[in-house]
Design a binder for this molecule. Structure first.
Ligand SMILES: CC(C)(COP(=O)(O)OP(=O)(O)OC[C@H]1O[C@@H](n2cnc3c(N)ncnc32)[C@H](O)[C@@H]1OP(=O)(O)O)[C@@H](O)C(=O)NCCC(=O)NCCS
Length: 273
C-alpha cells in the first residue's frame, strides 16, 4: 500500500543505469539493507578505516556494530561510485554539529559540491545524494507511539499539535511519524541537529496532503525555497527528504549486496518496483 504521498517521487524503474552524478533538480535516494551474511559483513569491515572500526567497536550491542559497519561501508561504496574512486579512498569531514560531508578535495573539480545525507532505523538505512546545496534525510519505522501526543506537545508547533490531536486513533502513529521524519530531514539538511527548535517551522502531515513546509518562524516566504518529499518504500517505512531547492525530484535505488570481487565504479542496478 504505497501511501498517496509516496507518489511524489519519481520511480526509477526501467530507466538506464546511472553512470553519472544526479542531474540538477534531482536527488538519488538509495536504500541500504543493513542485516547481511557474515561473509558480506567481513567485506564491509575491509572497507572501513581504523577510526571507523574503532567507532564500530564502541557500540555496546553486536547488532549496532554490524549495522554501523554495513551502512558506512555501503556509503563509501556509493560515494566512491559517483566519484570514480575506490571506497577506501573516500574521505569525510565533519561539520560543526558532526554532519558528515565529503572532504573538499573530492569535489574541488566539480562545478558544484556532491552532497549526501544518511539516516538509519533498525535494519534499514537511506542515503540521499545530490549536487549543489545540502539535503537531509530521515527514516523511521512506523510503530506504536503511546506518547505521541505528549511528545508533540513538547516539540511540535501548535498547528502540528492540533493536526495530530485531531487524527483518528488508527492514524495517530502514522501522522506523528510523517511530522517527525519531515522535521528531522530539515534539521539534518541544515546540519544543526536538535539544536534547532522543532517548533520553529511547520510541515504538512495529513495522509492525503503532499509533503511540504508550511512556514518558518521569522522567515516569511522561506518555505518557497524548499522541497520536502515523503517516500514509503514499504507501508511501515517513512522516509523524508528535505533540500533548499524548489522542485527537487527523487529517483530511488536499492544498493545491492557487496560483490565478492572488488566493487566496481559502475553504479549498481536500480530498484524496479
Ligand atoms: C542529526 C541527528 C538529529 C540525527 O539523529 P538520528 O535520528 O539518531 O539519526 P539518523 O539515523 O537519522 O542519522 C544518522 C546519520 O546522520 C548523519 N549525521 C550526523 N550528524 C548530523 C548532523 N548534525 N546533521 C545531519 N546529518 C548528521 C550521519 O551520517 C549519521 O550516520 P552514522 O551514524 O552512520 O554516522 C542527531 O545526530 C543530532 O542532533 N546531531 C547533532 C549533534 C550535535 O549537536 N553535536 C554537536 C556536538 S559539539
Amino acid at each position: 500500500m504505497p501511501g498517496p504521498a509516496s507518489d511524489s517521487t519519481d520511480d526509477a524503474g526501467g530507466m538506464p543505469i546511472p553512470s553519472q552524478l544526479p542531474r540538477a533538480g534531482e536527488a538519488h535516494l538509495w536504500r541500504l539493507d543493513l542485516e547481511v551474511e557474515p561473509e558480506e559483513l567481513e567485506r564491509c569491515r575491509g572497507l572501513l578505516t581504523d577510526q571507523e572500526l574503532q567507532r564500530a567497536s564502541r557500540f555496546r550491542f553486536d547488532r549496532h556494530r554490524r549495522r554501523f559497519t554495513v551502512r558506512r561501508a555501503q556509503l563509501r561504496r556509493l560515494l566512491a561510485s559517483y566519484l570514480g574512486i575506490e571506497p577506501r579512498a573516500v574521505s569525510f569531514r565533519a561539520g560543526e554539529r558532526e554532519k558528515p560531508y565529503l572532504a573538499a578535495h573530492h569535489t574541488r573539480d566539480l562545478p558544484e559540491p556532491l552532497q549526501f545525507n544518511l539516516s538509519d532505523c533498525r535494519d534499514v538505512a537511506f542515503v540521499g545524494v545530490k549536487v549543489g546545496l545540502e539535503l537531509g534525510v530521515d527514516v523511521e519505522i512506523v510503530r506504536p507511539m503511546p506518547d505521541a501526543l505528549s511528545i508533540s506537545r513538547s516539540f511540535f508547533a501548535k498547528e502540528e499539535q492540533e493536526v495530530l490531536a485531531a487524527a483518528s486513533p488508527a492514524e495517530t502513529d502514522a501522522t506523528f511519524f510523517r511530522c517527525w521524519t519531515r522535521k528531522e530531514a530539515y534539521i539534518k539538511a541544515i546540519g544543526e541537529g536538535l539544536a534547532v527548535p522543532l517548533d520553529s517551522f511547520t510541515v504538512s502531515m495529513g495522509r492525503h496532503e503532499p509533503a511540504r513546509f508550511l512556514g518558518f518562524r521569522g522567515l516569511p516566504g522561506e518555505e518557497r525555497h524548499w522541497t520536502l518529499k515523503h517516500v514509503e518504500p514499504e507501508p511501515h517505512i517513512f522516509v523524508a527528504v528535505a533540500a533548499r531547492q524548489p522542485d527537487l525530484a527523487i529517483q530511488r535505488f536499492n544498493a545491492p549486496p557487496f560483490p565478492s570481487e572488488p566493487p566496481s565504479v559502475n553504479l549498481p542496478p536500480m530498484e524496479t518496483r
